[in-house]
Design a protein around this ligand. Sequence first.
Ligand SMILES: [Zn+2]
Length: 261
Amino acid sequence: MKKNLFLLLTFLLVQTLTFAQNRKTKKEKSKEVATVITDSAQWRKEHHIINRDSAYANPRIGIQKLIGGNLRFIEGKSIRPRQDAETIKKLDKGQQPFATIVACSDSRVPNEMIFDQGFGDLFIIRTAGQVSAAASYGSIEFAALKLKTKLIVVLGHTECGAVAAAVARPEDVPGHIVTLINEIKPAVAKSSHLPGDPVNNAVRQNVIDQVNELRDLEPILHKKYTNGEILIVGAVYDIHTGKVEFLQETLLNLPQPKTAK
Ligand SMILES: [Zn+2]
């Protein structure tokens, strides 16, 4: 009887020790994983992580953050940042988006997904062919003036239906759609001599024209742009590959920020 009791006690002791050991191992393992995710410079490099506050403070870093997010997206390494309840709660006090995106309404160009960003990151204005009028201008100005968002990206995309319509020049366009087509027609005319696909050539030219239009827009954007307070650049999203190309034509001779007085 005594022997049985001794065996039972020994068995229970071994079980307890093994359980404790397993727990410790699991805890250590989860700690290891957490270290890899949050602290590893290697992991941050591989996932093209750029600090969010730096991107908000400096539009040039903002461009790098968008490029990094798009690389994650096309490499199948999206981390879907700031898409949790904690972020929603944090943002109920206000927003500081690091970029304003002026994009097409096309359902194949979901902005937060292609740039792998989250809540509070992007201030987005979307119309077909990213054609802007008064309400869009007001929205862009609001972000620049009130939210202090310093980066504006005009984002076109390949195979854009609105641009294709402007290239095709249909007669008797119904409703307000004619407004969109008329706004894009100058870009079609400017790019008509180029070799290659006429729609995608016009898409690029349309983005360049829209960037210049916003840079010249009085009374708020023009001054902020020439002072170097904000950047306005253009990019094209390729609906075949998922890649965003920032257009070199819109990255040259950018005004430098004036040093703070
Ligand atoms: Zn489009």
